[in-house]
Design a protein around this ligand. Structure first.
Ligand code: PLP
Length: 391
């Protein structure tokens, strides 16, 4: 029996998996059990910011395993405090809650926004505005925030009080606001939904609307945060601060950790017992979080992302000019999409056969989320392989 069939027999079939067993990673390359090399242009869906086996990262994790892995959240540990301080500083917000995933980050942010509303109004009937084509997770709360009926259909009844506006259409938001509106949640750059970017004016207007009506502005930077778009938080490119930001993926760069981080006003709504997590932010994952920030600084990762992404974007834009099958290029930094005029699946499969891993975002968008440490040589290699399949 092949290993793939063993997997199919053992797992629930929640994913359509490839018949490839990845065994080892080194730098920006992955290797399967037959020793075939793959250029990693998806980073485990935007997670492995430093690729695989980055020495400072793996060493810090090994050291932490020797020291302490888990103690529960009844106690602080030196490393958890340091990680929280680094997140607080990076987000320019006030209070951090560590959880284990992006889903938990959006779920927790939603609860905190609702708690604030409850304290203010004395009743728990707040409404949330989210956006069509958004993605915020898979729990029955976060999947309701996800503006895509496909993910919701079979799983009702989901949470109540969520409405969907249209990205970059401020009137569609205004028409949904009423005295029960407690929060607006938005990805500055949509990931799963197709790499649509919030316009600068739009996000600023959302901020103003939220200030005007005392609504919580939640930015979901689970995919676009932590340096992927060239600044540590994408919202710094918009000159605004959210009330709550949701993080995961790149904050741990390979270990399961997420966070929601609130400003002072919303942080004050949280009381002991309101929320919790057995594992959330244990010393092991906090060592990863702290080390992610160390590497970001020491190895000047943001400068590198800005530099190498400009090079990649230039090449992609050239491809859009040269190849009829391509409609446009979307995204920011190293979170990019190529919009095809047809289904992208066959192209992704061909790239995979040729030793390159990318993912899709919807039916016709090829999504690139390479490790932040790719070089221009890796970009050249990628573009050449892409040209081959486009040709
Ligand atoms: C913007 C955004 N929010 C939330 C999530 C959910 O994160 P997780 O899969 O870690 O639960 C994702 C995952 O892709 C995401 O892209």
């Amino acid at each position: 029996m092949s290993d793939y069939i063993r997997g199919e027999n053992a797992f629930l079939h929640a994913y359509g998996r490839y018949d490839i067993l990845l065994e080892k990673g080194e730098g920006v390359y992955l290797y399967d059990t037959n020793g075939k090399q793959y250029l990693d242009f998806y980073s485990g869906i935007g997670v492995n910011s430093f690729g695989h086996g980055y020495p400072a990262y793996t060493q810090a994790l090994k050291d932490q395993i020797d020291q302490l892995t888990h103690v529960s959240n009844y106690f602080y540990t030196p490393v958890s405090i340091e990680a929280a301080e680094r997140v607080k500083e990076a987000t320019q917000l006030e209070g951090v809650f560590f959880c284990n995933s992006g889903t938990e980050a959006t779920e927790g942010a939603l609860k905190l926004a609702r708690k604030y509303y409850y304290l203010k109004h004395g009743k728990a009937d707040s409404e949330i505005i989210s956006f069509h084509s958004s993605f915020h997770g898979r729990s029955t709360g976060s999947v309701k925030l996800t503006g895509n009926p496909h993910y919701q259909e079979a799983f009702g009844p989901l949470i109540e009080g969520v409405q969907y506006a249209t990205l970059n259409d401020i009137d569609s938001v205004k028409s949904l606001i009423n005295e029960r509106t407690g929060a607006i949640i938005v990805e500055p750059l949509q990931g799963e939904g197709g790499l649509s970017l919030c316009k600068k004016e739009f996000l600023k207007e959302l901020r103003e609307l939220c200030d005007q009506h005392d609504i919580c502005l939640i930015l979901d930077e689970v995919q676009c945060g932590m340096g992927r778009t060239g600044t540590i938080m994408t919202y710094f490119q918009y000159d605004i601060l959210p009330d709550i930001v949701c993080l995961a993926k790149g904050i741990g760069a390979g270990v399961p950790v997420g966070a929601f981080v609130a400003n002072k006003k919303f942080a004050e709504a949280m009381a002991p017992g309101d929320h919790g997590s057995t594992y959330g932010g244990n010393p092991f994952v906090c060592a990863a979080v702290k080390t992610v920030f160390d590497i970001m600084e020491n190895d000047r990762i943001l400068d590198h992302v800005q530099d190498v992404s400009a090079y990649l974007i230039q090449q992609l834009d050239q491809l859009v000019e040269d190849y009829d099958v391509l409609e446009s290029r979307r995204g920011l930094g190293l979170m990019l999409g190529l919009v095809f005029k047809e289904e992208v699946k066959p192209y992704i499969k061909e790239l995979l056969d040729d030793g390159v891993i990318v993912v899709s975002a919807g039916a016709n968008i090829l999504r690139m989320l390479p490790p932040l440490v790719i070089t221009k040589e890796h970009v050249d290699l990628f573009i050449n392989k892409l040209k081959k399949v486009l040709g």
